[in-house]
Write a protein that binds this ligand. Structure first.
Ligand code: ZN
Length: 328
C-alpha cells in the first residue's frame, strides 16, 4: 500500500471516530468519500468509464487532446497517476503499446482490465498487409499496430484494438468495467449497476441510430487513412476497400503515392477519409485526378472533449461523415 493510501485511510478512520453522531440523524452508514482512482487509456474507453462512474468520481485520461495511442509516450503526471491507480482500463497491447511496460511496473498494484478480452466482446484480427492496401510488400515492422508480442503473447498482437467502433463491443466493455468497479468499490455497487443499465440502454439506441444512418451507403466503397474501422465496417456491413498507411506516423513516398492513386481509381472508392490528427494535405494529393471525394473520420475522438458524452458523439460524427461523403 502506498504511503498516500495509508494516509487517506488514517484520515478516514480519524473522521469516523471523531465526527460526533447526531442523535436525531438516521443511523445510516454514509457512502465512502474516496472514489476509486481509475485511469483510462484512450478517449472512448475513458468515456464509458466516466458514464459508469457518474455520481461517484471521475476517471483520469491518458491519451488526451489529439494525441494518437499508436505513438503516445507517458508524461510524468501520467506515470504518477498509474502508480496510484486502483483500476486501469485499456484495450490491449496492439492499440496502446506505450502501456505494456508501465502496466507491468508502475501499475503493479492496480486491477488492470484488458478490454479486448472482455467477455462477450467479438475481437477481429488485424488485416494483414497482403489483403489490405500496402501493395509494396514491405514488411509491416514499422507499423505501430503490429507491436512485438511483449506482454500478451503472439495471439494478442494479432488482434485489432479499435473494438469500441462496434457498439455491441462497447456494451461488453462496459459490463467488464462495471464488474471491476463493483469489485473494487462495493459500497457504490448500486450506483455502478444503475449507471451500467442506463449506459447499455443508451448503447442499444445508439446502435440502432447509427445503423439507420449507415444503411443507405453500405455498398459504397471508400478508403480510410489508417486501418481503424474494421469493427465499424463489420457491424454495419460497410465497404472499406483500403487504408492509406499502416503506420500513421510515416508519410508515404512519391512512388507509393502514385501507386495508391492508381488503386483508389481502380477500387472505385467514392471517398477517401483523412483523420484530424494526421496530415490532411496528403489526402488532397491522393484524390487529385481520381473520382474520390474527401472526408474526415475521427476513430479515437481526437477533436471531441473527453467525458461521458464523447462515445455517442464519436459514433454519430463518424456515421454522419461517412453518410455525408458517400451519400452525396
Ligand atoms: Zn488507430
Amino acid at each position: 500500500m502506498s504511503p498516500f493510501r495509508i494516509l487517506s485511510l488514517v484520515a478516514l478512520l480519524w473522521l469516523a471516530f471523531t465526527v460526533p453522531s447526531r442523535a436525531d440523524a438516521p443511523q445510516v452508514a454514509a457512502p465512502p468519500v474516496v472514489a476509486p482512482r481509475v485511469v483510462a487509456s484512450v478517449k472512448p474507453v475513458h468515456s464509458l468509464a466516466a458514464s459508469l462512474m457518474q455520481g461517484v468520481g471521475q476517471p483520469k485520461l491518458l491519451v488526451d487532446g489529439t494525441a494518437s495511442p499508436h505513438s503516445f509516450s507517458l508524461k510524468p503526471s501520467d506515470a504518477e497517476a498509474l502508480s496510484h491507480a486502483d483500476i486501469v482500463f485499456w484495450m490491449g497491447p496492439t492499440l496502446e503499446p506505450f502501456l505494456v511496460k508501465p502496466l507491468a511496473s508502475l501499475a503493479r498494484g492496480a486491477h488492470i482490465v484488458t478490454l479486448i478480452e472482455a467477455p462477450g466482446l467479438r475481437p477481429l484480427a488485424l488485416r494483414g498487409a497482403g489483403a489490405w492496401m500496402d501493395g509494396d510488400g514491405a514488411p509491416a515492422d514499422g507499423h505501430a499496430h503490429l507491436v512485438p508480442a511483449v506482454a500478451g503473447g503472439a495471439a494478442d498482437a494479432q488482434i485489432d484494438g479499435h473494438a469500441w467502433l462496434d457498439p455491441t463491443n462497447a456494451k461488453a466493455m462496459a459490463r467488464a468495467m462495471a464488474d471491476a468497479l463493483i469489485q473494487r468499490d462495493p459500497a457504490n455497487a448500486g450506483r455502478y449497476r444503475d449507471n451500467l443499465a442506463n449506459l447499455l440502454r443508451a448503447l442499444d439506441a445508439l446502435d440502432a441510430e447509427i445503423g439507420a444512418i449507415l444503411a443507405p451507403i453500405s455498398a459504397k466503397p471508400f478508403v480510410v487513412f489508417h486501418d481503424a474501422f474494421h469493427y465499424l465496417e463489420a457491424r454495419y456491413r460497410l465497404d472499406g476497400v483500403g487504408a492509406i498507411t499502416l503506420n500513421p506516423e510515416v508519410r508515404p513516398g512519391a512512388a507509393r503515392l502514385s501507386q495508391l492513386r492508381a488503386r483508389i481509381q481502380a477500387s472505385g472508392a467514392a471517398c477517401v477519409f483523412a483523420e484530424p490528427q494526421f496530415e490532411t494535405a496528403l489526402i488532397g494529393t491522393l484524390v487529385d485526378g481520381t473520382q474520390a471525394k474527401r472526408g474526415v473520420l475521427d476513430p479515437e475522438g481526437a477533436l471531441l472533449p473527453p467525458g461521458p458524452e464523447l462515445y455517442a458523439a464519436l459514433m454519430r460524427a463518424n456515421a454522419q461523415a461517412l453518410a455525408g461523403c458517400l451519400g452525396g
